[in-house]
Design a protein around this ligand. Sequence first.
Ligand SMILES: Nc1nc2c(ncn2[C@@H]2O[C@H](COP(=O)(O)OP(=O)(O)OP(=O)(O)O)[C@@H](O)[C@H]2O)c(=O)[nH]1
Ligand SMILES: [Mg+2]
Length: 375
Amino acid sequence: MDHSTNVEEARVGSDLDLRRSEIISSFYGNMADAAKTAQQPQPVGRGEKAGAEFGYVGVDSVLEQMRRKAMKQGFELNIMAVGQSGLGKSTLINTLFKSKVSRRSVKPDDEERIPKTIEIKSISHDIEEKGVRMKLTVIDTPGFGDQINNENCWQPIMKFINEQYEQYLQEEININRKKRIPDTRVHCCIYFIPPTGHCLRPIDIEFMRHLSKVVNIVPIIAKADTLTLEERDFFRQKIKEDLRANEIEVYPQKEFDEDAEDRVINDNIREKIPFAVVGSDQEYQVNGKRLLGRRTRWGTVEVENTAHCEFAYLRDLLIRTHMQNLKDITSSIHYEVYRVRRLNEDSTQTHDEEDGHPAVQANGIPAHDVLSHEM
Ligand SMILES: Nc1nc2c(ncn2[C@@H]2O[C@H](COP(=O)(O)OP(=O)(O)OP(=O)(O)O)[C@@H](O)[C@H]2O)c(=O)[nH]1
Ligand SMILES: [Mg+2]
């Protein structure tokens, strides 16, 4: 690669980083202002007694209105599973659908073995609980990193994620746009780390370094039943050090904590990440109860038992505690960065074509790569 190309890439890279930080600060700046305004004491009208019934306008009923609307619309969450072949991605997806998230919505089991995944595939389930509807889509991906040369093996995943942003953008800028744009954007990418017990491999670092800029990454230690408790703890600390050393921000990102309360909750999660997870789609009878687990000669690993593994923490993070936050960060940060870059692209393209350099598309992928299949 010649020197001028490097300089050009560095220029474009720093421009893009600058725009990303502008988006982040404008979004979180606004939220902080809103929070401040909310905390300021509101003036009480002259002669008006606070709380007096005649002064009640009913502003608080907006919450009920929002709740009713949200229930009518339902929720959508798109999760992607990524990692090397054989780490249990397809199994974990089944575990997620069969665990308490959606046990009722799953049909009786066809006891077939899970085949090797060979293409990116989305599986959706409609889940309904207490009148709330949710469409949970999990995107299964073929294992990567099995080639002799694994350079850029993260690109097909990046391309898929960008394509979803692009589809959304096209719907959004359409003159006759739909009232509700179908949302296929990836809200969370679960990255499977092999249970080596040592440290992150260069391929893991490379993947998370690129992808953490465009999607929320939740790393997990796969097949954690192969590690002892001490090995798990050691490995977790080592992974954390590697992430820090390589400046990789995984979800929940510190810079997006909204207030002190958020920080406390998220610090607790950051402490536990990466979750050491075990997956299984088989049910066994343990102490009179049917449980998802892995039976071995020395006992059954119960997938949903937090004394055995941390699958339940992962599920709770995704569904029970951080679903809305995952969606908010996807749409207000990751998608926003894509949208701004993409809409600025025309001028960049003209400029670059004049210079004789290749145009750079959103998220730092060369223009022809986002929509074509040649990687
Ligand atoms: N010990 C152990 N084995 C697991 C676990 N999860 C899955 N497996 C087994 O690992 C093998 C591969 O599982 P898959 O779910 O097909 O793996 P995958 O990541 O989807 O593989 P590709 O589709 O090739 O990328 C199967 O035999 C699973 O039963 C786990 O948590 N612990
Ligand atoms: Mg698979």
